[in-house]
Ligand binder design. Structure first.
Ligand SMILES: [Fe+2]
Ligand SMILES: [Fe+2]
Length: 296
């Protein structure tokens, strides 16, 4: 396999939000629910997301990467809805998912999410975060930054146990083009403080020492491209808007296609999405990611 095409979408924040019970709102959820009523209830997100998903299918990616915030306030009904949505996106060996802070909205939520997501959130050996899946010459790593936080906080943390395991996993897959999925961007210029990664320094150290080639993240709801220096060259850090955004609060929905050509040692990113809310979906930006895939 000399070419691999990855599709990267994020932050679908699936709608409609099921009506929570009064008991379920006795938590941080009440803030998120009021926020959703104010901002999202009338959004066009469902149709937009469906069109993005259809467009991804037409591009025939080898694998689809979903970088978190599938739900809004981590109600069990929302996780059931998200599991059905993943099934519609493709089979578990074709789609990988990690949690975001909204999937970790209250204590215990990440575990519940992973129970619903099953094999979509596990590695080739059935392991949980950090997990690793091989897609030909690509090694795809799934990292969780999902930790329950106080109201008005949207921060994330990988934690020392997961980082140590990731360090070992990255080492073991030195023959591969290494792609890491992580919800919060490992770049303080994109998210910091109450919205950032609390162990960002350690995360960047492990990603760099592990010679990653590409990092895929969500959380910011904006398209971005940053770089991380590694001993073998630089890694691209790619962020995408919410795949359901109607453009009212954040940029319009789009996703990234990453084409890695192992014969020519090149990678190209194509952002596809809406220029305006009434469509159509189009290629809106093509960027050569000028780093060479490194294969031992
Ligand atoms: Fe989000
Ligand atoms: Fe987020």
């Amino acid at each position: 396999m000399t070419r691999i095409r990855l599709a990267h979408l994020s932050d679908p924040h699936l709608a409609p939000l099921p009506s929570p019970s009064a008991r379920a709102l006795l938590s941080k959820r009440v803030f998120g629910y009021l926020n959703w009523l104010k901002n999202r209830r009338h959004a066009l997100g469902e149709d937009i997301l469906a069109e993005i998903v259809d467009d991804i299918a037409r591009q025939s990616p080898d694998h689809v990467c979903v970088t978190g915030d599938l739900v809004n306030i981590a109600l069990p009904e929302e996780f059931a809805q998200s599991a059905a949505w993943l099934t519609a996106l493709g089979p578990a060996d074709h789609v990988s998912v990690i949690p975001g802070n909204h999937d970790a909205y209250v204590p215990g939520a990440v575990k519940r999410a992973v129970d619903f997501w099953g094999d979509y959130a596990r590695g080739d050996n059935g392991e949980s975060f950090p997990y690793c899946r091989r897609i030909g010459p690509v090694a795809l790593f799934g990292v969780s930054t999902g930790v329950a936080t106080p109201p008005l906080y949207a921060s994330g943390r990988v934690g020392s146990a997961q980082l140590a395991a990731l360090d070992r996993l990255l080492d073991r897959h030195d023959d591969a083009f290494k792609v890491v999925m992580i919800h919060h961007p490992p770049d303080a210029g994109l998210a910091a403080g109450r919205r950032g990664l609390t162990d960002i320094g350690d995360v960047r150290d492990v990603l760099s020492a592990g010679c990653v080639n590409l990092v895929l993240h969500g959380h910011t709801h904006e398209a971005s491209l940053k770089w991380l220096d590694t001993p073998r060259g630089r890694a691209a850090i790619v962020g995408v808007p919410s795949a359901s955004s109607d453009g009212a609060r954040y940029p319009m929905a789009s996703y990234a296609l990453i084409d890695i050509d192992f014969a020519r040692n090149t990678a190209r990113m194509t952002r596809r999405g809406f220029r305006r809310a009434d469509g159509p979906i189009d290629s809106i930006e093509i960027t050569e990611l000028d780093f060479a895939p490194v294969l031992d």
